[in-house]
Each structure stands twice: as C-alpha cells, then as structure tokens.
Design a protein around this ligand. Sequence first.
Ligand code: ATP
Ligand code: MG
Length: 584
Amino acid sequence: MMAASLSHKTRAMRLSQYPIQTTKETPAEAEIVSHQLMLRAGLIRRLSSGLYSWLPMGLRTLRKAEAIIREEMNRAGALELLMPVVQPAELWQESGRWKEYGPELLRLKDRHQRDFVAGPTHEEVITDIARRELKSYRQLPVNFYQVQTKFRDEIRPRFGVMRAREFIMKDAYSFHADAASLEQGYRLMHEVYTRIFTRMGLQFRAVKADSGPIGGDVSQEFHVLAASGEDAIVFSDADEYAANMEAAAALPPSAPRPAPREPLAKVATPGAKTIEALAKFLNIEPLRCLKTLLVEGDGTGENAVVALVIRGDHELNATKAQRLPGVASPFRMADAERIERATGAQAGYIGPLGLKCRIYADHAALAVADFVCGANEKDMHLAGVNWDRDVRNYVAADIRNVVEGDPSPSGKGTLRLARGIEVGHIFQLGRKYSEKMSAVVLDESGKEVTLYMGCYGIGVTRVVAAAIEQNHDERGILWPEPLAPFEVVLVALGQQKSAAVRERAERLYAELSGAGIEVLFDDRDARPGVKFADAELLGIPHRLVVAERGLAAGRLEYRHRKDSESVEFPVDEALAFLKDRLGR
Ligand code: ATP
Ligand code: MG
C-alpha cells in the first residue's frame, strides 16, 4: 500500500496544510496579467531581477508542461540527456560565439582564472558530444534533448518568468548525414511542436522567423496568440504566409519614383528634432521627411558608423539591418560622440548628404521625391532633396518593419498584424557548428562527411505564463485543463460548525483522490467568499462544493471555472459525475 499512499499524497492536497498565501492586491511590479496572477496566486516569487522561484502550486503546472513535452519528444524517438549549465569558454571560442554573442552571455571565471559561460543555449556542448559519440552514418539521424536551466543576461528582464534571466528550456538537437534528412527531422519537430501546444490547449501559430544568434537559414517560431505578446507577427489575408515582424520582408513599392520638382534648399527648423515636430513645423506629411539613423559599423574611421535612411512614418527593423555588410554585430545605435564625429551634428539633424560613411536607403524611402532630411547642422534641415540628383552614394535595402496593409511577400493578399508570445523556435542550422567544431561521421563509402544539424527549443517556464496570458478573466486564471495544478477543487463550507459537512467532505476527498483524481481540498477555517475567490484565482477547472443546506437535501454543487452557473447532483454520484466531467 506504500506506493498507493505516496501517489495519493502527490495527487491530492489539503489547503489547510499549504502555507502559501494568495493576495487580492495587484502587485505594483507586475505589468502584465500573467505576471500579476502568478504572483497573486502564489505560483512564483521574485528573488532578484529576472530570477524566480517556483512555489509548489506553480511547480505542479510547470511539471505538467514538461510531462507533455517529454511524452511527445519521446514518442517522436528523441533521446533525453542532460548537459551542464556551466560550459567551458574554449567551446564557445571554437564556434566563434565567444566574440559574437554579446552581453547576454554571462561569462564566469573559476578559481584558476579559467573562463566559463552560464549556458544560454547548448549547441556547442551537444556538438562536442556528437563529434565524440557519432562515428558512422549508421548512427544517424538522431535527436537528443534535455529540459534544462538556461541563463541569459537579458537587457530588460520583465513580465516575470516570461522574460527572465534564468529560465527552463526544452532544447533538442538533431544530427543528420545530409540536408534532406535534416529537412525531414525538422518537419517532424514541426509536427511534434504542433502536437505539444495543441495538447496544452493553447491557441498558437507557427511563423517564419529570423535565426538570431543561434544561426542557420531556415527557422520558424511558435507563438501563443495574446494581445500582450512582445512580438509582432504578420500574416497574409490571402494565403498561408506568416512571419515574425523581424523576418517579414517589405516588398519595394511597385510605382516608380516621381521626377524631382523642387530645388534643394536649406531651411531653419529650430528645435525640430523629431519627425513629428518637423512635419508639423514644415506642414508636410511625415512620410516625406526621411529619417537617417546612425548605427555602429564594424570598422574604424569612415566605417565606424553606417547610416540607415527610412521614411519618417516607418520604423527601423534592427534584425534586417543587422545582416547588412558593414554593420557591427551585435547591433548597436551609434552614441552621440560617434554621431558628431561622422556628421558634425547631433541626432535629430542628420541627413545623407555629404556623409562619408556607408549609406543604406530603404526601398520605400527611395520612392520619395522632394523629401526633407537633416542638414547635418544644428537646427537645420534640407528640403527638396532628391535621390540620384542630390544623393548618390547609397545602397538600396529592406530595413524597415512592414506595416498593416503592405503587400504580402508571398505575392498574395495584404499583411495583417497580430501579437504573439514566442514559446518555441525550430532551426535548420545546417553545418554552422559542425564545420567549425569538426563534427564528422563516415559515410557509406568510408568518406568523412560533416554533420547536418537542427535545433529545437521550447521555453517551458515561459509557456506557463503564456497559457495564463491567453486564459484568464477578471477573477483569475482559467487553466487549460492539461496544465491546471489540480483537476478538482473540493470546497467544504462551514465544516467547522457542521459535522455532516466535515464528514462528507473528508469522505469525498478520500474517494476522489483514491480514484486518481487530482484534488485540492479547501478544508480551511475560512469564509465561503475567501474560498471561492481563491479557487477562481488559482483557476482549478472543476469545483465541487459541500454545504450544509445542499447536503440536507442529499445534493452537492458543481461548477466549471468557465461556467457562470452551478449545477446540483445527488451526493452519492460524486465520483461518477466528476469522472464524466473529466472525460475519464
Ligand atoms: P526572444 O526572442 O523572446 O528573446 P529567443 O529567440 O532569444 O527569444 P531562442 O533562442 O529561440 O529564444 O530560445 C528558445 C525558447 O526559449 C524561446 O522560444 C522562448 O520560448 C524561450 N526563451 C528565450 N529567452 C527567454 C527568456 N529570457 N525567458 C524565458 N524564456 C525564454
Ligand atoms: Mg527565438
């Protein structure tokens, strides 16, 4: 009976023996609903910026998410392993990312002054394992995965576990003998992710993505759709095209640029440092004012900065700009000193005329004639400026964010915008890591071939927050059932006073938990209002109420978290009734 009583203990819990308090007040530090509710419900606690503890109630949900992920990864034949969080710098030097990764990479020294990193991701370590363990094409394809802590020194940790510095990721890495096998493995992971997020009861969408510092050519992100999402995602209203804003191509305008009509003229624009102020002052549309942004270049002298010119009503897309030759990696805006050195002026009055640095002009900016731009002189702008007539040393590029209504790059329909939370990301890395780290196997003819590689991440801690962001109401969390910490909350009302309530509730608790149902038993000496409010805040899907009046009539009360009315049923049918509701 030992095993049964143990599992009984993990399945069921008495609130009277649970020391964590819920709160009514919305914590001031929390900007978004999921963060507020996770704190109020006592799922997590902040230790320090971007560092969170998972309290028992929250951990139950986290473990459920992990279990779904593990089941689906295992079903797809992936092999679970576990790699260290702390990784030697040598591996990162080998891959080149010791230099490329930037300040998000937490670097540490041990007592011997040797360099290490707190792993933000594990491509280097797994490639090292692959080059040692994999010798022959016969061992391929293979997919290794882990559920492990990551550390990224995020510039702006926020929204609780949504963008933390320490978080848990499921990361998987596949190895293949050729590109076709990699594509197959990638498609399989696409299916697995679709199953995982579907099983979690989430509304999501897969979108084309930028690969970022992980690298590779083909990648897609899985986004949970939610208004508060940090990412803009775009999709065509006429076909399957969907992309992250970072990766969505803006097509060059189809209409040719009008011929110049105005002469070039310098105009005094005292204090007009923003496009808004400038357009107002000159009484013209913002789109005729071109913005010139200076970013750091990857060289010295003239190459210390790069100028990016976009239409005044458009936004710079840093991800696209980052890919241009001459732009520093990681991407940084130029500071005041660099701007002054390159232009002789300050931000707000910069324009492309006379600049010696590289100039990239966005396609949409290139379609504007007789435009206004900075004169590289304080309080001065130029008007009637025209490409080719006045500015010649530029390169055309796509460097802006798409906007609602732009033509879809797929060629069909126009683009629509939505918000999403990135919960998963899959990549075809190709040979990026295996080439640098010499990960090879012997092919059929005994010849060495470099491994093809894919990698696949899910933000396990983030997905919990995302689930709340998508599923809540004014009273609290509305857990999708597969993620709820408990299936049923059993609320006893007035059991201190009523022996009948107490005895019946205890019997139900034993019966339900004995039947393998995950029951949270609210046996506290508390007012009904407090108990109901907590049950709703915690978002437990099924609620069973034992009250004196109902019991006297031989009845119990049931309500689903998503229902607005309770229903009554005979007290002896509790187990059968609940099993039916739980779909068992
Ligand atoms: P983001 O664009 O949100 O910073 P990323 O593209 O850098 O994420 P990946 O390298 O693709 O992230 O990591 C895989 C998954 O890990 C992401 O899809 C996301 O769900 C999760 N993740 C990444 N950074 C964080 C973080 N700071 N806190 C929590 N989860 C994270
Ligand atoms: Mg990503």
